[in-house]
Design a protein around this ligand. Structure first.
Ligand code: IPM
Ligand code: SF4
Length: 428
């Protein structure tokens, strides 16, 4: 019987299997941010175990609320800052260099095919876009990971979702993943790895693959995973060129992280997205999906472009294309948080920031901020936001607020009209 990518990664990292179906794995990366890591740090300190397994393999960032907005968030930042200095963690991104964890860590080349990655954050699944096994974990696992560089997992059962066809104008990776979650439901992949395959995924850029893998957890998935290919090699090339003689050699090496044709999946789902229309969520669960056409004219108070799902340069390019020469409706507040400083700089260089500012969009520094209703665009009771983020839970962006998840193109078009709008209206 052949093996899936996840099974191959497990085999290569297995330390032991203390009982049937449980694997203790060596970790290549432990990622940290200031919301969950300080709890682990404080506990380690109180137990006299203020150590890290390998400062090179730990990468840390202050991203959720930055600059600090109050004493609590200032304290969280301080704990991270002091810990990174004390433990010699060189890859620590603090104010001025910081961005959303799942955008900045891939951008720095920290994730490679075949890696095992954990973080105390549910959207760690994003990094599976590189053909890595990347999972969000709780504080206890994070603590063990920081101290010993291992983590235990159940046998990785995989679901394969094969996406074929071609996307219509105005339909993006975000629409595809929302559609998939709408199909399989918020528990459709609970405790499973979702392996995304097929010609549509093959044509996707790394950014688009990250958007897809990012939301695997919204269907209950432990991890999303894509097969590494030349797109992966091209993205990583500047970080790996000293390790390989050529891109072909890198690809050959990374090809070991591909599922065998006779690998076992708990389910295989075939989806043709040729007829897919732009979609958005309604209600408070990410599997509540309607087409933008069905939602058209739903009024919004705010639009938000940003987050680890859709705050990358390609997202900003698409939004700017829609907003070029247009104005944000006077009834709407438009907030945009580029996900990292490099994305911000690139957007500035390409003239996108000017387009946004001319349209009346408020730009914030790179941060999670409004995505989880912590800062920079919190909703008031009863307000509605069209957002490029990944969670529409009740009150997510502010108590009593409602979130409609959608693509950056749809959010930008919605900003112009003040109600949910298909971006195709504004093309060309
Ligand atoms: C703060 C953090 C624990 C949380 C998560 O795990 O996802 C956050 O990033 C979110 O998106 O709600
Ligand atoms: S951008 Fe949003 S979803 Fe992503 S890590 Fe930050 S808070 Fe979580």
């Amino acid at each position: 019987m052949g093996k899936t990518i996840a099974e191959k990664i497990f085999d290569a990292h297995k330390v032991e299997s203390p009982e049937e179906g449980i694997f203790v794995l060596n970790l290549d990366r432990v990622f940290c941010h200031e919301i969950t890591t300080p709890i682990a740090i404080n506990d380690l300190v109180s137990r006299g175990k203020d150590r890290v397994f390998d400062p090179e393999k730990i990468k840390a960032v202050i991203d959720h609320v930055t600059p600090a907005k109050d004493s609590k968030t200032a304290e969280q930042g301080k704990i991270m800052r002091d810990w990174a200095a004390r433990q010699g963690i060189k890859d620590f991104f603090d104010i001025g260099q910081n961005g959303v964890c799942h955008a900045i860590f891939p951008e720095k080349g920290f994730v490679r095919p075949g890696y095992t990655v954990i973080m105390g954050d549910s959207h760690t699944c994003t990094h599976g876009a590189f053909g890595a096994f990347a999972a969000g974990v709780g504080t206890t696992d994070l603590e063990v990971g920081i101290l010993k560089g291992v983590c235990s997992f159940k046998t990785p059962e995989s679901i394969r979702i094969n996406v074929s066809g071609s996307l219509k104008q105005g339909v993006y990776a975000k629409d595809v993943i929302l559609y998939i979650i709408g199909k399989i439901g918020v528990n459709g992949a609970t405790n499973k790895v979702i392996e995304f395959t097929g010609p549509v995924i093959d044509r996707f850029s790394m950014e688009e693959r990250m958007t897809i893998c990012n939301m695997a957890v919204e269907a209950g998935g432990t991890c999303g995973i894509c097969t590494p290919d030349m797109t992966t090699v091209n993205y990583l090339w500047k970080f790996i060129e000293d390790d390989f003689d050529s891109k072909e050699a890198a690809l050959k090496d990374y090809s070991q992280w591909a599922s065998d044709s006779d690998a076992h999946y708990s389910d295989v789902i075939e989806l043709d997205v040729t007829d897919l229309e732009p979609v958005a969520t309604f209600g408070y669960k990410p599997d509540q999906i309607k087409t933008i056409a069905e939602m058209e004219k739903t009024p919004v108070d705010q639009i938000y472009i940003g987050s680890c799902t859709n705050g990358r340069i390609e997202d900003l390019r698409v939004a700017a294309e829609v907003l070029r020469g247009k104005k944000v409706s006077p009834n709407v507040r438009a907030v945009l948080s580029p996900a990292t400083p490099d994305i911000y700089k690139e957007a500035l260089k390409e003239g996108l920031i000017e387009i946004f500012m001319d349209a009346g969009v408020c730009l914030t520094n790179p941060t999670c901020g409004a995505c989880l209703g912590m800062s920079n665009g919190v909703l008031a009771d009863g307000e509605v936001c069209a957002s490029t983020t990944n969670r529409n839970f009740n009150g997510r962006m502010g108590k009593g607020g409602t979130v409609h998840l959608m693509s950056p193109a749809s959010a930008a078009a919605t900003a112009i009209n003040g109600y949910i709008t298909n971006s195709a209206l504004y093309k060309g």
